[in-house]
Design a protein around this ligand. Structure first.
Ligand SMILES: Cc1ncc(COP(=O)(O)O)c(C=O)c1O
Length: 509
């Protein structure tokens, strides 16, 4: 893939170009690869030698100075040192293909030169300004961002994170409708702050604390694990193979049944006048394990939500910015016309930036008081956000997500034939992919935690980083930077094959 040469006018004081050359031994290690048969894709970037605090010092510091709720992946947690494109290097100079993209956050590639320049140039000019003053970057960015959305979604509020975007979207919905009830799907994740946590429905992220009231969760329309769904329900190159569909052309029984569940739930839980504030959903559940719904489900729910006086919030924190390949926004894949869109992660390629975009009449509801955050709309964040949008277009990254993602999905589908008892399901769209590992493909019970952890560890030892998700933690998640290549995808699939083979051998012994 061609990289756009950055035209950075500012002389960078930190040297991106002049790197300390690493020692011979390390240099040999960078490009050798760690899978015995498949060849590790090459990378022409040479990172510097890590000269920071020792691994042991950092582990101790983490134990002593960091709130222990944050649990790093892997038996020996990775100490990351540098990143370029789809690659990261650890403190020992070991190179990894990051198929998790910093948790679906690195959209255009680590340290993309155009992002680095945008950040650097803006920090030389004006690194901070709040909403009590005007600054041009905010307005340039707001116009650029809304130009990527359907007409009408024209009012932007920039936030610090996805959780703040969820909080604000719900606040807007409540202020606008004058109602309290928020409906979301079981197995959803929308953030960690109080209202976002109450919206979320994955027990892993629930503390034994009182959460804000007004949240209703409906049956998750999961066509693989749920009670309904079959081989033709979802919008993916790979369908669930556990149940055959007998629906007539243009019909989907699973969609009807899950929609009936939605109606049953609100009929029993929504106040007697039948009015709600909002429904919020991702177009594909991310943290929940790349769960896809029957094709027409969300569109039907949107219609019903509007009839209940509520508004539809599309959480595009993971699915936005071209990740799903076929469309720039995940909701477009469902034919939706949301009233509010929330964004974070890929919007800033790792810079802490989020956004809420809505219609002017809904936005006006926020003028009933003063909603203020210090860092949202920071000039550097706006410059980064604008650069990210340009790069996605200039480098055709949405198209790349579609081509490479579809290629990976087809290859994973063939792997199911080789490992039918453990690879329960492969699903997703573009570069938002999930692989559900099971103990028994008939009952779909999850692979035991220790077996899952070993496979996960083996994949990392062969130079590839995957993510984990799902309420039982048994879904491998692939959400790499949108610049990954088919060669990278082939390597990742080969690595998975080896890890599953090893697992099979260990189980038999
Ligand atoms: C779909 C979705 N919404 C909201 C959030 C919250 O974003 P943040 O972690 O930036 O607060 C996340 C984070 O993983 C997410 O995946």
């Amino acid at each position: 893939m061609t990289r756009i040469a950055a035209t950075c006018k500012t002389k960078l004081t930190f040297s991106v170009v002049k790197r300390n050359l690493c020692c011979k031994q390390l240099r040999n290690f960078y490009n050798t690869g760690i899978h015995k048969e498949a060849s590790f894709p090459t990378c022409d970037y040479t990172p510097s030698v890590y000269k920071g605090a020792s691994y042991e010092t950092i582990i101790k510091s983490r134990e002593n100075y960091v709130i222990p709720s944050q649990k790093p992946y892997y038996k020996k947690p990775l100490l990351l040192h540098e990143g370029r494109g789809q690659w990261v290097w650890d403190n020992e100079g070991r190179r990894y293909l990051d198929m998790f993209g910093g948790i679906a956050t690195i959209s255009v590639g680590y340290c993309h030169p155009k992002v680095v320049c945008a950040m650097s140039e803006q920090s030389y000019k004006l690194g901070h300004a709040t909403a009590v003053y005007l600054h041009p970057r905010y307005h340039e960015y707001a116009e650029k961002l809304t130009s990527r959305l359907p007409p009408g979604l024209s009012c932007v509020y920039l936030t610090n994170s996805g959780s703040e975007a969820t909080e604000l979207s719900i606040q807007l919905a409540r202020l606008y409708t004058g109602r309290n009830e928020i409906i979301s799907l079981k197995n959803c994740y929308h953030g960690a702050t109080a209202v976002a946590a109450a919206t979320t429905a994955i027990s892993t992220y629930k503390y034994p604390l009182l959460l804000p009231p007004g949240h209703i969760h409906v049956t998750n329309p999961d066509v693989y694990q749920g009670p309904w769904g079959g081989s033709n329900c979802r919008d993916s190159p790979v369908q669930a193979g556990n149940r055959i569909c007998n629906c007539a052309e243009g019909k989907c029984q699973a969609e009807d049944n899950y929609f009936k569940q939605f109606q049953d739930t609100y009929e029993s839980l929504v106040p007697a006048d039948g009015q709600i504030a909002a429904f919020i959903a991702e177009s594909i559940q991310g943290v929940g394990g790349t769960v896809q719904y029957p094709r027409g489900y969300l569109k039907r729910v949107q219609k019903q939500v509007h009839e209940l006086g509520g508004i539809f919030i599309a959480d595009e924190v993971q699915t936005g910015f071209g990740r799903t390949g076929g469309s720039f926004w995940g909701f477009e894949g469902h034919g939706l016309n949301p009233d509010i869109v929330t964004m974070a992660k890929g919007i800033g390629n790792g810079f802490p930036l989020g956004a809420v975009v809505t219609r002017p009449e809904i936005a006006r509801a926020l003028t009933k008081a003063h909603y203020f955050n210090t860092y949202g709309g920071n000039p550097i964040g706006c410059a980064v956000g604008a650069a990210v949008l340009d790069i996605i277009e200039e480098e055709s990254l949405q198209e790349n997500a579609l081509n490479v993602g579809t290629h990976i999905l087809y290859n994973l589908a063939t792997l199911i034939k080789e490992f039918p008892s453990i690879m329960g399901d492969v699903r997703g769209k573009g570069l938002m992919i999930g692989i559900e590992l099971v103990n028994d493909s008939t009952t779909r019970e999850p692979l035991p935690h220790d077996e899952m952890a070993q496979i996960f560890e083996d994949i990392k030892d062969m130079g590839v980083l995957f993510g984990k998700g799902g309420v039982k933690g048994n879904v491998l998640r692939l959400k790499p930077p949108l610049c990954v290549t088919k060669e990278d995808g082939d390597y990742a699939v080969e690595v998975l094959r080896s890890a599953l083979k090893k697992h099979q051998t260990n189980i038999k012994c």
